[in-house]
Design a protein around this ligand. Structure first.
Ligand code: NCD
Length: 310
């Protein structure tokens, strides 16, 4: 029995280095099942509930695919239309209900802290699939898997995070994890969308140095991994502020002229204009591979939490 059995996954900060390594190694073993060349019934009879109060494509579908590949079933909703949330039902009551219908609950919600709150109302494991501008721990696990799979290590890698570092939950979780794993971090954003101070403080406390910049041109040549993010329009209090910043960073072939040969470009997706389509053809682009890694990584997590194969 692993430490994961029955456990909530609310923040990446609750996972130790060895927890992360266990997920990554388990994910590697899941690949033949994830791509359909091997079959598994490890989670037969188990039910996953996906409660998505915010839009999602990859996260929800890859959780569904992961559960189906392991022989389990999925129920849930995507958007609150057609649910009792529209009638004013509280998150607490929704969770109390869904607890009886499933073995594990995946929740995405616009409010920071929603997954942690939900976990207080149920004994069933709750997985945070994004809570506002807070965290997105399972995205981080697949991001880490991608770096490990492509680069073979974390220690000493120059990872440059670019875009909306203020509201982007994927970069918040990823920064905490990479600080633990010993990567060198560079943060590139407009002045108004910098990484929150408490996260930078945490990186310092871990004894790591980091760089900040406002222009990608200044730092691109040192990067081993470039993690690009979308400006999170839905979290802007003022639409005009969004308009003034949208499109301020764009990774295209011109900027990549200064890049290392082995640079990999990642993005949690969806992408808007921040990566030019011409970049897709370059050997640097791994973002679609990264999205496909979601399936074995989420399979690993579900298997470890529900105690499937082992
Ligand atoms: C991200 C999210 O929802 O935080 N999407 C995802 O899960 N892959 C990134 C984003 O929406 O920009």
């Amino acid at each position: 029995m692993s430490d994961f059995q029955g456990r909530d996954v609310l923040s990446i900060r609750e996972l130790t280095k060895s927890d992360i390594q266990l997920v990554l190694k388990t994910a590697k073993k899941m690949v033949p099942i994830a791509v359909g060349t091997r079959r598994s019934r490890a989670l037969e009879g188990r039910i996953l509930a996906t409660l998505f109060f915010e839009p999602s494509t990859r996260t929800r579908l890859s959780f569904e695919s992961a559960m189906a590949r392991l022989g389990g079933r999925v129920l849930g909703f995507s958007g609150t239309e057609g649910t009792s949330v529209q009638k004013g039902e509280t998150l607490a009551d929704t969770i109390r209900m869904v607890e009886a219908y499933s073995d594990v609950i995946v929740l995405r919600h616009p409010q920071e802290g929603a997954a942690r709150l939900a976990a207080e109302f149920t004994e069933k494991p709750v997985i945070n699939a994004g809570d506002g501008a807070g965290q997105h721990p399972t995205q981080t696990l697949l991001d880490l898997y991608t770096i490990w799979d492509e680069k073979g290590a974390f220690q000493g890698q120059n990872v440059t995070l670019v875009g909306d570092l203020k509201y982007g939950r994927t970069v918040h979780s990823l920064t905490y994890a990479l600080a633990e794993l010993g990567a060198h971090l560079t943060f590139v954003s407009p002045p108004t969308l910098e990484m929150p101070r408490e996260i930078l403080e945490h990186v310092k406390e871990r004894g790591l140095t980091f760089r900040t910049a406002h222009r990608l041109e200044e730092v691109i040549r040192d990067a081993d991994v470039l993690y690009v993010t979308r400006i999170q329009r839905e979290r802007f209090p003022d639409p005009q502020e969004y308009e003034s910043i949208a499109g301020s960073y764009r990774v295209d072939e011109a900027i990549l002229r200064d890049a290392k040969r082995g640079l990999i470009i990642m993005h949690p997706l969806p992408r808007l204009t921040e990566i030019a389509p011409e970049v897709d053809r370059t050997k640097h682009a791994v973002y679609f591979k990264q999205a496909s890694n979601a399936v074995p990584v989420r399979m690993a997590l579900l298997d470890l939490i529900l105690g499937g194969a082992e």
